[in-house]
Structure formats: structure tokens, C-alpha cells
Design a protein around this ligand. Structure first.
Ligand code: SF4
Length: 289
């Protein structure tokens, strides 16, 4: 990637970068943007990166272990005890959403305002997984709204993707009170729903945002810092998975946006080219954040 494009990326992520005067003189003029690269009202999203094209065939195969399509057919899942439907693993999208909306399989059903099933394109190449709804999401019934959601939208725009082009879901479909971390038993009860969403979607890549989601999806207690920066495998399967910081964390720690940008660029590249570095299993268990 050339220097001009790198600077455009960083600008889109809201990262201030010192630029030599001669470089500024050569810079391409870009539309005025709001903080963190959001387009100003009435303007198009940043166009520094070509959006990934779902059907594009890679011209050059960099890695012989490029991800393969997810196998279709029923999978063995742990069903939520007391779930309102017999088997999420055999449901279609609508049946699954209905089952989630009526689910009382764990105690979070007592305190939720709304279930938060997921949102986006059900044929998306990219699945984004967070940990659980917060207060805004609980009210709206939609994942990643509020400030963190708006930052996520801008992060996606920085790689040429609209929110409507990806699918966004959480490990938990109901809000833990006080925004506490999901408890293992809650995640286990809710797991069948997310697993079925992944199977129905068949994404070409997964982006886990935040430590909690990454640790649950990868079934590890490794810190986020050791999980990001490389391609991992979803449950030892064929779907490549990348880990990055949660937008809510980036709002508190803007210095980490550079690393998040690196993660997003790699995701965009993999979606666009359909290949990349080797996938490993990410089973580190002895480190802490
Ligand atoms: S968090 Fe999941 S398992 Fe618990 S009640 Fe909500 S949908 Fe059901």
C-alpha cells in the first residue's frame, strides 16, 4: 500500500498523522469529513478503498490454504435449555429470529427490554460479532447503535463497506444488567442461535470486536492483544477470523485506532482477494491483558 493511501486510511479512522509539507502539496483533495472520518451530511462515504466484491475471483493465489466455503447441512449444537423452539440448528432466518424473540432460556430474559437478534445483509461476506447488547441496543433491539455503533459504521466506511452490506450480531441476544460481561452459562445457553446465524450466513470472514466476543468465539482466555494481528480459524473450521478492538474501547482509547485500522485493512484485503496468510488456531491460554 502506498503512502498516500495509508494516510487516507488513517484520516478516515480519525487518526492525526504528521505529514511533511511536500507530501501535503501532493495530497489528493478529499471531501470534508466529520470526526473519525464520517462523511458530512449529504456526502458519500470515503472512497479510498475499493469495496470488496463478493463474486470476485482472486487473480493471484497467495496462500494454498485459502478459506473454503462452509459446508451446508445440519450441525450438532448444544440447544438452549428451555428454548421456545425445538432445534435452532434446523431453523431458517425468520424462524430463528422468532425463537430468539421469545427465548427465556436464561435469566437475562427477565431484565431485557428487547431481544437483539442481529442486523444487516443475510448474504453478507463479512460477519461482525460483538459481545452483548448495551443499553442503547436493548432499547432499539439492534446491535451496535449509539456512539460505539456510529464509530463502527465509520470504521466500515473506511474500508468501503456500508453497515447494510455486512451482518452484525452478538454472542448474547439479551442485555446483561449494568453492561456486565456475559456469564459463561448465559453464553452457553445463547450459543446455538449465533452458531445457526453463522451457518445460515456462511460468511467469507468473521471480525470479532472486543475481548469478550473473541474469547467466547475462539474458546480461549487469551488476551485480545495476543489474538489480534493474525488470521485465526472459527472453531477450527474454514472461516477465517480476525480480532480487533471494540468500538466502545476505541472511543476511550483513540490511540488504538491505528491498530484497528490495520485489522480492518487486512479484513478488506482478504475479502477482496480471497486469500491471505495461513490461519492458525489461536489457542494461547496463559496470558493476561
Ligand atoms: S440471552 Fe440468549 S439464551 Fe438468554 S434469554 Fe436471551 S436469547 Fe435466550
Amino acid at each position: 500500500m502506498d503512502e498516500r493511501r495509508r494516510l487516507d486510511y488513517l484520516g478516515a479512522m480519525g487518526v492525526d498523522v504528521w505529514v511533511p509539507r511536500h507530501a501535503k502539496a501532493n495530497a489528493v483533495e478529499r471531501p470534508e469529513e466529520t470526526a473519525f472520518g464520517a462523511p458530512a451530511p449529504g456526502q458519500a462515504a470515503p472512497s479510498t478503498v475499493s469495496p470488496p466484491v463478493r463474486a470476485a475471483a482472486p487473480e493471484v493465489v497467495l496462500n494454498p490454504v485459502a478459506p473454503q466455503p462452509v459446508e451446508s447441512g445440519p450441525v450438532e449444537l448444544d440447544l438452549p435449555d428451555g428454548a421456545s423452539s425445538p432445534d435452532p440448528a434446523r431453523m431458517d432466518w425468520d424462524a430463528l429470529e422468532t425463537a430468539v424473540s421469545g427465548c427465556r432460556a436464561c435469566g437475562l430474559c427477565e431484565t431485557r427490554a428487547n431481544t437483539v437478534f442481529g442486523v444487516g445483509n443475510r448474504n453478507a461476506d463479512l460477519l461482525i460479532i460483538g459481545e452483548a447488547p448495551g443499553a442503547d441496543e436493548d432499547r432499539a433491539g439492534e446491535p451496535f447503535v449509539g456512539r460505539a455503533g456510529r464509530l463502527l459504521n465509520r470504521m466500515l466506511a473506511a474500508i468501503g463497506l456500508a453497515r447494510e452490506e455486512v451482518y452484525i450480531a452478538n454472542v448474547l441476544k439479551c442485555r446483561p444488567p449494568g453492561n456486565r460481561d456475559p456469564r459463561p452459562e448465559e453464553a452457553k445457553q445463547c450459543e446455538a442461535y449465533l452458531m445457526r446465524q453463522i451457518e445460515l450466513l456462511g460468511p467469507r470472514a468473521i471480525l470479532c470486536v472486543g475481548r469478550v466476543a473473541a474469547q467466547h468465539i475462539l474458546q480461549t482466555d487469551a488476551p485480545l492483544g495476543s489474538l489480534r494481528g493474525r488470521w485465526l480459524a472459527f472453531r477450527a473450521g474454514a472461516i477465517p477470523l480476525r480480532v480487533t478492538y471494540h468500538p466502545a474501547y476505541l472511543l476511550r482509547s483513540p490511540a488504538q485506532k491505528v491498530k484497528a485500522w490495520e485489522d480492518l485493512v487486512e479484513v478488506a484485503r482478504r475479502l477482496r482477494e480471497g486469500c491471505g496468510e495461513a490461519i492458525d488456531q489461536g489457542n494461547d491460554k496463559d496470558q493476561s491483558d
